[in-house]
Design a protein around this ligand. Sequence first.
Ligand SMILES: Cc1cc2nc3c(=O)[nH]c(=O)nc-3n(C[C@H](O)[C@H](O)[C@H](O)COP(=O)(O)OP(=O)(O)OC[C@H]3O[C@@H](n4cnc5c(N)ncnc54)[C@H](O)[C@@H]3O)c2cc1C
Length: 389
Amino acid sequence: MDSGVNKNWSSGDEKLLLDTIDHWVENEVKPIAREHDQEDKYPEELVERMKELGLFGSTISPEYGGLGLPASIYAKIVTRLSSVWIVPGGIFNTHLVMAAAIERCGMEAQKQEWLPKMASGELRGGIALTEPDAGTDLQSIRTRADRNEKGYLLNGTKMWITNALHGNCLMVLAKTDLTAQPAHKGMSAFLCHKGAGYDVAKKLKKMGYRAIDTCELTLDNKQVVPEALLGGEEGRGLQQVLGGLELGRINVAARGAGMAEGALKMAVRYAQERETFGKPIAEHQAIQLKLADMATKVEASKLLVESAATKLDTGQRCDMEAGMAKYFASEAGVYCAQEAMRIFGGNSYSTEYEIERFYRDSMLMCIGEGTNELQQIIVAKQLIQRNKI
Ligand SMILES: Cc1cc2nc3c(=O)[nH]c(=O)nc-3n(C[C@H](O)[C@H](O)[C@H](O)COP(=O)(O)OP(=O)(O)OC[C@H]3O[C@@H](n4cnc5c(N)ncnc54)[C@H](O)[C@@H]3O)c2cc1C
């Protein structure tokens, strides 16, 4: 985010943008979320609107056609959207992680070729890192890119890749040197178009985070041009991917905070409507304790997100802070969804209510963009490194 961010967003601009987002979320996202989730149907109509709103270019710098939003404003958009439905944000989140890697690490020709089309939403992408046998341990991926006279020949399988079916491009992590030690020195990132660089083998069926496409990919003798290699230099792929993870983690944290807030809002309302023993359940102390815990976690999550985002925007180191925000806010999302389920009682199980969707969707934030176990390890390592005796 340090390059490409337009620091000139005034508080007036910010307010106008966030009001527009609120209006869109309330009037266009909220009414369709449940049906699309239940039918596992991709929200095409929202994609068109997201193009108009400029969301596919949110964090891409203006010189390449984006809005150049700082992470702090971007995170607020993501939180607001996720408080109603997590899926639309997913459509532009990993897309922007790919765009950020291009802007940070790409050659100028790659930036010119990819970023304006990504900012407009003509190209919609994501990141293809995970494989059937490698997720957290990315250095053990098996996808290979063998150099030949025409560029690189890609072979392998990718798993759990979001935006693969309805998007049209991906950044693919592969090994250009199978024997490199350490293994990351033999890893490279490739900018690939669907069909030319990979094929979708199947769309995966998921418990939650439905309506957005998450797929298994096959890369079967896919020939890509030399210009597909991000940054034009082999052996830098893992660094290029990991270099963007702070923004990615703030992003997931913002989604967790949004889900926590959405679940809280529903619970606060329901607790005042539902009566037992002659009074609204909100007047029972057991329910009040839950609401207080939920509200505190929501507030803390938003503050952690804001603090990490502000550090990123001002060029300060924020690996530990982004990890803390991701860990805390995603757990808060799960906690609040679960507590809201209890407050809704039997109705929580009905698909007539929205809360069961939050319950199913929230767990993903603890897994994606580095599992929470990994975040804890990152936070602990940083803590020790920054406080060496
Ligand atoms: C809906 C969905 C969408 C996704 N979208 C994408 C996408 O767009 N692109 C993409 O590349 N990937 C995507 N993923 C994959 C996701 O990033 C991985 O699932 C995640 O990184 C975890 O990897 P894994 O599933 O292989 O788990 P594993 O790495 O097998 O981990 C299993 C467990 O072991 C723990 N663990 C592993 N190593 C350690 C360690 N060193 N110390 C302590 N604990 C450890 C983990 O925390 C976890 O609890 C998606 C996943 C899902 C479910």
